[in-house]
Design a protein around this ligand. Sequence first.
Ligand SMILES: Cc1ncc(COP(=O)(O)O)c(C=O)c1O
Length: 410
Amino acid sequence: MIDDWKDRFSDNIKKFEGYSIGKIFKYLNNPEIISLAGGLPSPDMFQKHEMRLASAKRLNEDIDVIMNYTGVPGEKTLIDAIIGFLKRDNINVTAENIIVTSSGQHGLDLSGRLFINPGDIIMLDRPTFAGAIVAFQMQRPEIIGVDMEDDGPNVAVYKERLEALKKQGKKPKFIYVVPDFQNPTGITTSLKKREALLDLSYEYDVPIIEDSPYRDLRYMGETVPSIYSLDQKRGGGNVIGLYTFSKIFCPGIRVGFNIGPADVIGRMINIKEGNVLNTPKYNQDMCTEFLTEMGLEEHMVKCRKYYSEKLEVFLQTMEKYFPPELGVTWTKPEGGLFLWVTLPEEINTNELFYEAIKFKVAFVPGEVFYGENPATNSMRINFSFASKEQLTEAVKRLAKCVASQVRREE
Ligand SMILES: Cc1ncc(COP(=O)(O)O)c(C=O)c1O
């Protein structure tokens, strides 16, 4: 019997710990706990009736193909619909620039596999999406993080770091950013900073990976052009875009897409040949129907209204129950599904998580959103899943929990 399995695992996996957020969900089994921890869209926004109709239609029309293997890059009908979807956002691409993925996480995995050798440098924001960190970590990069500010990452520090690396003869493989309503902070990167990031991309010859799951979920303020579209105005070729249907349609269907230069997409297709092969046609067909037959614009209007009301309830309740003397601050996102709460430095949210469970409320401790040198006094809050009543109650419970800890520290 083999009893040394661990010694046989690949170097990439030996030190790999998987998705750290996943580990906290086992504490959330008690139905009395109000969880603000997940990243789940609300089932209230699922187009269930339309989905049933679309499903029956596609199965009736195409069941032989649906039940078979299909092409690796993606269904032509979906790719055509994606081209239209992006055009409305001033992005012009053709089929050779698109690969359909089995969701956003797959898009991240393909990016990590394509670019990173062990020890390669990648740059990303502090904090940033934990799922991206984990996807990239599987290839064992060296991660350089740059702090987020209220209007996006500190671009001056990106420049300093790039300059320092250049002096050492080093070049990062890419810069990864989530410019619209970033997960976890909810922060949107300003136009000025998007242009400045592109300037750096050209000056230091480093591609940008722009991850955009929340772009259509803007509740207030003006849409800011995507970095991809800004790059296209300069001639294009420096940016790879990652998209998913998870937040605007539904996560259960597990479909997304990556866009980029044909050379990049071609190699991502090769990698996909070696991992999931084809994304299920049925799932792709549901996304085609979503984009073309389910009233996309009306649906987005409905989602924006629904989520913005929840965000407002959450923010108003925070104002009421977190008085300034608690020393707690939080972001005020213009869209997306998350916001970021920062506590006094002496409070460690990894420990606070277990206290909060006693108060029957849960969040994600901020540490998991750092690729290096984590801060431990912040938390990610999801406001899309719980009902408005639950959100109000959750804030009250959280305030009591935090107040008990702040007092204890005094
Ligand atoms: C920034 C970001 N990228 C990618 C993903 C992964 O999306 P998916 O659920 O489609 O795999 C998420 C999900 O929360 C996300 O927030």
